[in-house]
Design a protein around this ligand. Sequence first.
Ligand SMILES: NC(=O)c1ccc[n+]([C@@H]2O[C@H](COP(=O)([O-])OP(=O)(O)OC[C@H]3O[C@@H](n4cnc5c(N)ncnc54)[C@H](O)[C@@H]3O)[C@@H](O)[C@H]2O)c1
Length: 485
Amino acid sequence: MAKQVKENHKNLSIKTSIMERRTFLKTSGAVAAGGILLNPTNVLGNTPMTGKKRIALVGAGIRGTGFWGKPVVEQYDDIVEFVGLCDINPGRLALAKKFMGIACNTYTDFDTMMRETKPEMLIVTTVDATHHEFIIKGLEYGAEVLTEKPLTTDESKCQQILDAEKRTGQKVRVGFNYRYGTLFSKLKEVLAEQRVGRITSVDFHWYLNTYHGADYFRRWHGLRDRSGTLLIHKASHHFDLLNWWIDSDPVEVNAYGKLEHYGKNNVFRGDKCRTCQYRSQCKFFFDITKDERLMQLYVENEKYDGYIRDNCLWRNEIDIFDKMAVQIKYANDVQVSYSLTTYSPYEGLTIAFNGMTGRVDSWQDLPWRDQEKVSQADRHTREMNQGKEAETSAYDEIIVSENFGKSEMIKVPFVRGGHGGGDRRLQDQIFRNPDMPDPLKHAAGLRDGAMAILIGVAARKSIDEARPIKIEELTSLKPHPTRIT
Ligand SMILES: NC(=O)c1ccc[n+]([C@@H]2O[C@H](COP(=O)([O-])OP(=O)(O)OC[C@H]3O[C@@H](n4cnc5c(N)ncnc54)[C@H](O)[C@@H]3O)[C@@H](O)[C@H]2O)c1
């Protein structure tokens, strides 16, 4: 039964994309035949009727509605309006409209939405492997496209997007919210000041815990043909940060990866957590019924598409890696050692930039460091507070150490919510003030989105083919010693 539902889900997605591709081919046939859609803005007449920017969104899941949907309505209602929402799941669509508190039309057919609503901007928040379909069509329909990371999941889809941007003259922007976090922005600033000389190598290690890390294996992220593996889905955030910090393009990638914790690597497996016979013995048991939002979004809409949110993370079909190690060589000769682990006892990261005259270290969420910060830096505050518990991690740390010299600790104000406060800054730059000064070049365009996923694609290929992969093997993009923005 469960297998059948899963099959239905898969078939539904495949059918939808085939149908959409057919419709798309018809549309792009018109482009080839008459050339009239080459400037589709004219054809669609994207004239704002209210003076507000007209936005459509495809992919009404948790990210689409919870990050781009509702907050954008709440924060920028004076300058933008949602004119259409699209999803293959009609139940999630109806919920999205209610959740966002808007009155626009909803669509299960993307082309109908684009033709009827004529948006100026399209936001793409569907399953990763489908992004390219909507990005390309969005551009062809004359909209500027804002896509969630990852840009896409393989090199051929990436090339199609690159070609479409060139052909249409419309722009793609990638929502790399991590760049905007306070710690990551400060690191960029410190590196730009060249305080430890020319950077020669970077050590970057990211740990996902047994809650967040495990969650990727419960749903579509666990399938390579949906997420492209975590080398794309998750690590594209990290690869983008590396490209941005190092300010150069990757040229070659060598990687190792294996699935040896989740998936088939367990002695038992059940249906979904809700009905699982092993719930009392499985340390990863997840009770979705306690989360009202997830129940409404997913469980109540399973009947439409069979998307199971609390799937068993021991499913045999899981075919992504759960540990990954990647070596990257950059065009400016920086070399990177990166790793991603998905079953750590805590969630955190360590990073170090080795320079010719010193080293920059930083980390986030390492439990022993947080303890120390309480006992050292905040001890006095705690004493003065007389029992009122002080904020334990009110700052992140960067240590700049000079060879044969001193070390300086830079304290960076810590913001827990919204990826270090970065989410709001990203949204402000996109919606409120697109022309605001951008001295650290936070805004990410198509080339940035492509370079980030191409490291992941190359790493996956390197693991599959047991050889180093050159970035220029993958698409028409040629790596540059200094990043082109
Ligand atoms: N930047 C970040 O920090 C961040 C965080 C979370 C998610 N994301 C990204 O956001 C996107 C959505 O993730 P999510 O967690 O919301 O997933 P989700 O599963 O909750 O939502 C995906 C939605 O897309 C819909 N969908 C799937 N295929 C479709 C198709 N062909 N046409 C129309 N709709 C389709 C699904 O029905 C679902 O409603 C992903 O690309 C993910 O990588 C980014």
